[in-house]
Design a protein around this ligand. Structure first.
Ligand code: SAM
Length: 472
């Protein structure tokens, strides 16, 4: 006997009526069909006498479902498509051959479930059996041990895709120099609320505009489908984008394992909770000085905002790595103060060599510090050295309990050999190397010209093939 392979099925349930199951399901169908999946949707009634009369099942069809149906407890199936020989949900699946069957209701079935809940229901200790994710329609703290998603259809659709629908093409992204590409560093904007004297603007020239949210999400999904596992959002100042929380939630739902942000922290106090609830668990905080007047002279900003932001993020349990670009005569003599500060705030510290990129003429020569002496000093004071498995085994020095890394990119072939990420500029171009302005691949142009995912993946592959170490 040949056994038919059944598509995965999943139920959207709630513990009270009016929670928004139909609206959520409609949105999920729209996003999954936009991604190219065939979806069938079934609405389940708890009572035989209730009729759908095509209302909700039509909404599913209009959202893009290949077929939809209304099912009663007696097994009676009302189909939204004229089709004979369909008497059960199994018939529906075998006839329309969807990639997934999404069901509304079916609370007592043994299907995996996504449950829409409110905080009061959580407190009452509701049954979580078979629940693979909770959709929280109120801003409440995440529940440990269960995936929590916002009431945001693209995020829930991304979660369903990453859990139940295998990406169609998995590629081992390795460049000609044997460097595996593990993630992307994505600039979300060129706008910034500071004006740091040393800023290299992530190597970007004049921007031709920013990406819209759905364009950012599409790129993230394509990168994930290609096997990338990490994303860091940068800018400009990424916290200036109001959709950052949604972008982070979507990245986590995609199954990306390492989602982080680099920020100047000016807006962190206001946004830390929202970003935490979206799934952010670590960030890099740019802090060139912990003396307010020096900080202001380097960045033009107010140090107290950063410290309040740092404290708010720490209280939530977001892990913080402080980034300090070291400059001669400006902050190089106060490294010990920054080390003490980082230790008191239970962070990690990264001392970064000034890179000669997008700087005024003469600035680099005047302020550049060779950090090899600092590294030597640290290695003398360290109680342990940990080698990171990636980044060409970059060393982490543990000094009185504080992990410190020294980042020395300039003229350093070892640094380039350990590079495992590609950049995406704020205007949607793949930039394989920070230092190169002449090597760009226009992903956003492709998206706006209606390219398929496969075409976008091919562009990524071309960018990977063109990658080469800047210093070798
Ligand atoms: N506004 C955000 C922030 O301040 O983190 C993101 C953008 S900023 C360009 C990202 C990182 O680049 C910061 O951590 C900063 O330390 C680093 N950076 C900027 N200019 C640099 C330079 N010339 N050399 C080395 N690192 C630099």
């Amino acid at each position: 006997m040949i056994r038919m392979q059944q598509p995965p099925a999943l139920a959207i349930v709630s513990f009270h009526s009016g929670a928004g199951k139909t609206t959520l399901l409609e949105g999920i169908i729209q996003f999954l069909t936009k991604m190219g999946y065939r979806v069938c949707a079934v609405k389940h009634s708890a009572h035989d006498e209730i009729r759908d009369s095509g209302k909700d099942t039509w909404r599913y069809r209009e959202a893009g479902a290949t077929a939809s149906a209304f099912l009663q407890p007696s097994g009676y199936l009302e189909l939204c498509t004229q089709c004979a020989n369909i008497h059960s949900a199994i018939d529906l699946a075998s006839h329309f051959k969807p990639d997934i069957v999404l069901c509304e209701g079916f609370k007592d079935s043994d299907l995996p479930k996504i449950a829409i809940v409110e905080s009061s229901e959580l407190r009452l200790g509701m049954q979580l059996q078979g629940v693979v994710a909770l959709v929280l329609n109120a801003a409440i703290a995440p529940v440990s041990g269960v995936t929590c998603l916002p009431f945001d259809p693209p995020v829930v659709a991304a979660f369903i895709e990453s859990r139940f629908l295998a990406p169609r093409r998995k590629v081992n992204l390795t460049d000609r120099y044997g460097r595996r590409i593990l993630g992307i560093r994505m600039s979300l904007t060129q706008r910034c609320n500071l004006n740091c004297v040393y800023c290299h603007h992530e190597g970007e020239g004049l921007s031709s505009g920013e990406m819209y949210t759905d364009e950012v999400l599409r790129i993230l999904r394509v990168a994930r489908d290609l096997g990338m596992r990490r994303v860091k959002f940068t800018g400009g100042e990424p916290l200036l984008r109001r959709d950052l929380g949604g972008i982070i939630a979507y990245s986590c739902a995609l199954g990306l394992e390492d989602v982080s942000v680099t920020t100047n922290g000016q807006l962190l106090r206001e946004r830390a909770l929202e970003l935490y609830e979206a799934g952010l668990r670590r960030l890099n905080l740019s802090l060139p000085s912990v003396e307010s007047d020096v900080y202001r002279s380097i960045t033009g900003g107010d140090l107290s905002n950063v410290i309040e932001g740092l404290e708010a993020a720490c209280r939530l349990g977001i892990h913080i790595k402080i980034n300090t670009v070291v400059m001669k005569g400006i902050n190089d003599s106060s490294i010990d103060t920054i080390v003490d500060f980082a230790r008191r705030h239970s962070s990690q510290l990264q001392l970064i060599e000034l890179e000669n990129l997008h700087l005024d003429k003469g600035f680099f020569e005047k302020y550049h510090v060779d950090l090899s002496q600092t590294e030597k000093k640290l290695s003398g004071a360290t109680e342990a050295v940990i080698e990171r498995g990636e980044m060409n085994r970059r060393r982490v020095y543990i000094v009185k309990g504080l992990p410190i890394e020294i980042v020395r990119p300039m003229n350093n072939p070892g640094f380039c050999a350990g590079c495992t990420r590609m950049r995406i500029t704020s205007d949607g171009k793949i930039k394989p190397c920070l230092m190169r302005d002449d090597l760009l691949f226009d992903l956003l142009g492709g998206i706006r010209s209606g390219w398929t995912d496969e075409q976008l993946k091919d562009l990524f592959m071309s960018a990977v093939s063109a990658r080469e170490p800047f210093y070798r």
